[in-house]
Design a binder for this molecule. Structure first.
Ligand SMILES: Cc1ncc(COP(=O)(O)O)c(C=O)c1O
Length: 409
């Protein structure tokens, strides 16, 4: 038997043992959707996360949602009025963000390899472009000139440090993201001299960290770096986007980030900041921490079989929807995501089984030798932490099984 990750707090069953998602029975949601597999996102859980963040963080800090975590249109429309901005990573995400009702001025566009038409779309809309290189700055400025528009430009800084313990490091050393710190002051001066509306800095050091002390240390380094650059430039950045990095517990032994500790430390960091940043606004940019726990992936068992003594529950889902849960999205060693039998939620484990998907590849494993209550054909498997990097971070076209349904509850 291998352990699985912790079931997120707050999930419960009704008297029949059926998992409830936003007070709705999982089976009823599958019926409403018309079929499985289904991603169900609990809007109340998302709202609660935003409220938890606001209660924990210093008042002046703004909350931006990185829509790459989950760009499902109803979810964007729901979260847009609750946060202070969206971060997008492509022209497609920019379109989705604008369609959600988020004001263009509150949208920032980061990401390497922006094409000219994407830069043009952002400038035309009035969104902020987080410049990833000197070359991108030159292209953005010339496009703005052609359009006779004043572009909103910030510079993404490749910091000299990374976020310790993070699952994904976006700073420290050679990186395709951002402009190396020492090259930032001349670039910002060039942007200002060209007449652009300089918006400040974007400094994103890493993501999926659970250690509040490591996040706090990175935030302190980030604010110090912003101050050093601002002093060198001789101008105050209107906004310092200090990145995010708050992760969620996916695996056995993982524990939630202590958001209050992050907020308390950030309050101290900001109170002690260099005078050059006195009038700057600050923002954090979070994806999965806001939406992952709100999502449950429901997939139905279509076969139960035994091979060489191992029991397999074969489902109608798989890595084409849940690449991360299969262990093939940025993890070195495969470990089990939180998993349960949705229609026997909370029941005692009765057997050790492997839950696999319907793709003909040995990679398609959603639960490896996990202890679960007895489950059979027709029962529903629930995979948790499915609200982020599920539907849109998985190869949905692979083997022609088709995309999963999605629903905001
Ligand atoms: C620039 C940027 N912003 C935001 C995010 C979202 O990270 P997370 O979903 O871990 O909060 C990422 C993730 O890689 C990123 O690269």
């Amino acid at each position: 038997m291998k352990p699985h990750g912790p079931i997120p707090a707050g999930y419960r069953a009704d008297a029949d043992g059926m998992l409830l998602i936003g007070d709705d029975r999982a089976e009823r949601l599958a019926d409403l959707a018309g079929d499985t597999p289904l991603f169900a996102y609990d809007s109340a859980k998302i709202a609660a996360r935003v409220a938890e963040w606001r209660a924990a963080m210093p008042r002046a800090v703004q909350l931006h949602y990185a829509i790459k975590a989950n760009p499902f249109a109803p979810l964007l429309a729901f979260i847009a009025p609750m946060v202070d901005g969206f971060d997008v990573a492509s022209g497609g995400e920019l379109k989705a963000a604008l369609a959600s009702g988020m004001a263009a001025a509150d949208i920032s566009f980061a990401g390497p390899g922006k094409r000219d038409r994407e830069l043009e779309a952002a400038i035309t809309a009035g969104a902020t472009i987080n410049l990833e290189s000197a070359g991108e700055a030159t292209r953005a400025l010339s496009i703005a000139k052609r359009l006779d528009m004043r572009p909103r430009l910030a510079v993404r800084v490749n910091p000299d440090f990374d976020l310790k313990g993070s699952g994904m490091k976006m700073g420290g050393g050679a990186k395709p993201f951002g402009v190396d710190a020492e090259a930032v002051p001349p670039l910002v001066r060039q942007v200002i001299e060209a007449g652009a509306d300089w918006q400040g800095f974007h400094i994103f050091a890493g993501s999926q960290a659970l250690d509040a002390a490591a996040i706090a240390e990175t935030q302190a380094q980030t604010v110090a770096l912003a101050a050093r650059l601002a002093n060198e430039i001789g101008a105050a950045p209107p906004l310092v986007n200090i990145g995010g990095g708050m992760g969620v517990p996916y695996f056995p032994g993982d524990t939630p980030v202590d958001a209050k500790a992050v907020g308390a430390a950030l309050g101290k960091t900001l109170a002690a900041r260099d005078a050059v940043l006195a009038t700057s606004r600050f923002a954090m940019e979070l994806g999965r921490w806001l939406v992952a726990e709100a999502g449950v992936y429901l997939t139905r068992i279509v076969d139960r079989k035994t091979s060489h003594g191992e029991t397999f529950l074969v489902t109608d889902g798989g890595l084409h929807h849940q690449l991360a849960a299969s262990g093939n999205f940025g993890t070195v060693i495969r470990r089990n995501y939180p998993i349960a039998v949705a229609n026997r939620f909370g029941a005692e484990a009765a057997e050790t089984v492997s839950v696999v998907g319907c793709l003909c590849t040995p990679l398609d494993r959603l639960g490896d030798q996990v202890a679960l209550p007895r489950a059979d054909v027709g029962d529903l498997i629930a995979i948790f932490q499915a609200g982020a990097y599920g539907a849109t971070a998985s190869p949905a076209a692979f083997l022609g099984q088709g995309p999963a349904r999605e629903m905001l509850v």
